[in-house]
Design a binder for this molecule. Structure first.
Ligand code: G4P
Length: 279
């Protein structure tokens, strides 16, 4: 963690703007709070990635929330070129003050230098690959190119640092850690899959009550455990004596959630003004 922090600090000196990725299904749990301090006065873009798997209404609410906190935001699926291309124009907007400063000093067309940052698995490499396409491979393969920091040229006079800034997830907050584990952003070992599954069922029963019955063709049970048993029976996850195999059903449910097969789900909503916490 200390090493990651040091690397971030070094990388930050080289750039004009931080493009931070969070998971649109859990934007706060997947957001590293330390980066706000590390960022100093740099321009900031916050990308709500994996928006293809998140609830669009919740994503719109999160965009409002982060815009109000001073970020330029965009919700996207960073595997899609068309989505990622929109980041060029947003970067120019976010760096408008710097471009104007340069212009007044007579500096024209100086590239905007950006870096991607985010916790593991949030999509940083995917973003860079989609954005850079073949261009990044070319740069790396050129003879005589020194090892170390490489800049990938992007449309809109942007240069992106090809090594993403690795941020560390919020693990001290138990509820946030559980959401990260459910989404597959941290190791399952931290929380037992069956526990994760019942937590997830609890949440879905209140926030998206139609999804489990629709996916597994079952009636809503009296409680979360009954739902898990019903999922096990509906999917033939049975032990000796036809007892429902809850661990197997839990793994299946979590897998369906992570792959988006359960539907578009967001695990947390923006804090209301009353319980506002600092982003
Ligand atoms: P990282 O560099 O931040 O660690 O993340 P990485 O790009 O490796 O992405 C982690 C996983 O998330 C990958 O899936 C990637 O395909 C997926 N991913 C990234 N962005 C999006 C997105 O916007 N939407 C969706 N649905 N998925 C996204 P994987 O299972 O590890 O690999 P694979 O499925 O690509 O083989």
């Amino acid at each position: 963690m200390a090493k990651a922090k040091r690397m971030m600090q070094e990388q930050l000196r080289l750039i004009d703007i931080i493009i931070e990725l969070v998971d649109a299904r859990l934007p706060l749990a997947s957001k590293n709070p330390d980066i706000d301090r590390l960022a100093g006065g740099k321009s900031r873009i916050l990308l709500l990635n994996k928006a293809d798997m998140a609830d669009p209404q919740a994503t719109a609410a999160w965009e409002d929330y982060f815009r109000a906190a001073g970020f330029y935001t965009l919700a996207l699926d960073c595997r899609q070129k068309a989505d990622v291309r929109r980041v060029s124009a947003l970067t120019a907007r976010a760096c408008a003050a710097k471009i104007e400063r340069d212009r007044k000093r007579g500096i024209k067309n100086r590239p905007l230098r950006a870096m991607i940052a985010g916790i593991p698995n949030v999509g940083k490499s995917t973003f860079i690959n989609t954005f850079a396409g073949r261009a990044s491979a070319k740069t790396g393969n050129k003879p005589g190119v020194t090892k170390g920091k490489q800049w990938v040229k992007l449309p809109g006079n942007i240069e992106l640092l090809d090594t993403p800034g690795l941020l560390w997830p919020r693990l001290e907050d138990e509820a946030a850690a559980a959401r990260l584990a459910a989404a597959g952003s941290i190791n399952d070992d931290i929380l037992h899959k069956a526990d994760l599954a019942v937590e997830l069922i609890d949440y879905l029963r209140s926030a998206y009550p139609a999804l489990i019955p629709a996916r597994y063709g079952i009636e809503p049970g009296a409680g979360r455990l009954e739902d898990l048993e019903n999922i096990a029976r509906a999917r033939g996850c049975l032990m000796k004596g036809a007892e429902p195999d809850l661990d197997k059903a839990a793994a299946l449910l979590i897998d369906d959630f992570r792959s988006g097969r359960l539907g578009r789900i967001t695990l947390e909503l923006p804090p209301q003004p009353a319980d506002e916490e600092k982003v």
